[in-house]
Design a protein around this ligand. Sequence first.
Ligand code: AGP
Length: 584
Amino acid sequence: MCGIICYKGKKNATEIVTDGLKRLEYRGYDSWGIAFKNDKLDIIKKVGKIGDFYGASKLKESHVAIGHTRWATHGGATEANAHPHISCDKKIAVVHNGIIENFQELRKELEKRHKFVSETDTEVIPHLIEENMHLGFEEAVKAALKRLEGNYAIVAVHEKEEKIIAAKKGSPLVLGLGDGEYFIASDVPAFLKHTNKVIFLDDEELVTINKEIKIYSLKTNKEIKKETSEIKWTLEQAQKNGYPHYMLKEISEQKETLKRAINQDEKEIKKIAEEINKGFGTFFVACGTAYHAALTASYIFSKITKKHINVVLASEFPSYEHFLTEKTLVIPISQSGETADVLEAVKAAKEKKSKIISIVNVTGSTLMRQSDVFFQTNAGPEIAVASTKAFTSQLALLTLLAYACDGKFEEGKKVLEKTAGYTGEMLSKEFGEQIRKLAAKIKDKEHLFIIGRSVNYPIALETALKIKEVSYIHAEGFAGGELKHGTLALIEQGTPCIVFASDDDNKKEILSNAMEIKARGGYIIGISPENNEVFDYFIKVPDKGGLSPIINIIPAQLLAYYLSVERGHNPDTPKNLAKSVTVK
Ligand code: AGP
């Protein structure tokens, strides 16, 4: 949540930072701002997306700039609340991602001597630095940080100082190392165009950027040396490449991303499978879409390996911590590896000495670095707020793990390769057009219901989440048998209801459930390998021994996408949301 991008070097910083902000927009897009330095500090702040601002290219040239794109927490989306925030003398500017929990007490204390102009928690930071400037800029920043409780990734500049200073605790910050130029950002795609050499900052580290960079531990106050990593992502992966939206591009990539997801170190997978089999309790912990991948996988584990896996929403994990021991395996699943609730669950599990085996997409993310073992889903950058390719990659990897637990790693790989091949059939223009037509037909409906049984129950939940998230239509997913326990009361003439009817043991029951809905006037959209008289609209999907949850979610993702477009929204940046949820 919130994106930071800063630059110091020979090139034009205002151009690099405004371009970086556009690339970071998926982290928050309520408002944006930039501070850039020449002989004085200039600040520009605007409400809305930077993509909608056409004056960015006309900003004055500079060689030092800090920028921020905001997802509002404290205070609405206004110019005054947009970052950077500044000190009373207007010489210090700060951008911040995270939440300062003790900002109210600090503000009360500072208000006696400083003038506040926003409602944000962040504004205490430039004032705290200003209070301590007699110590020098660097020491003043350190002194300010000592007063903060909560999470932060901050970057500060001073009108009269050459240095940029950045620090982090709990929110991500990565340094990009170019040729005589430096970048600081919340996420790599912000500067990937310029360099793929990075240093990931850890909590309670501070960096000063001048002609060279110096990193210090805030705990010991000593300089530290850190490893430089090379990011394998290409700029092409982080661009739309001719697609109208990232969401459609990412849906379309799934045939390839599925193959990459199962390209794993066989030995390592088998080793972890053995540990799960030894069985002292395994927890899948995740949020949102990743939680749905975990829930689907728990059905697959139950069926294939006869193993019960506990699946817990990361935000609910504190109620389950009591069961953890050093023999428990905790498997967090996260695209970003920065989700605050997931990281909090990991922290709690580590305190109980449980083993952390994460499934994560973003290289160098906090989750990856905090895990005992990690598997990367290899989906490449996922930019659209709605998670699509990361979901199927998580599901593929977890399925492979389930097969490995049953001693059938090779068989699992074959099933998944076959499934990846089938997804290709659904990524054709004709298939997309069929879904677009359906979207055009139902776009003005207020409610939509989705049912599935067994492995397709979490797929119904995920479909509902996708549709709500990008089209703003109220959608709810149910286990097929559950609708008649209350929600059937909401079915009226023409209420659309999506039914996942795969060729499995549940087919008869789910079709009966569809009949029950149709008998009450529901408009039945069947997603199935075969047509059936109960369907009012039929979407044919392949199913010849493939994995039905991965196959079924593709038309559902496409439907969510086209519903969003047909209703005139931008599916990449849904209102009120941000890609990485870095606050609890
Ligand atoms: C899905 O479309 C979402 N935007 C959201 O639910 C997401 O999956 C969730 O916030 C978890 O994110 P993570 O995978 O990065 O941890």
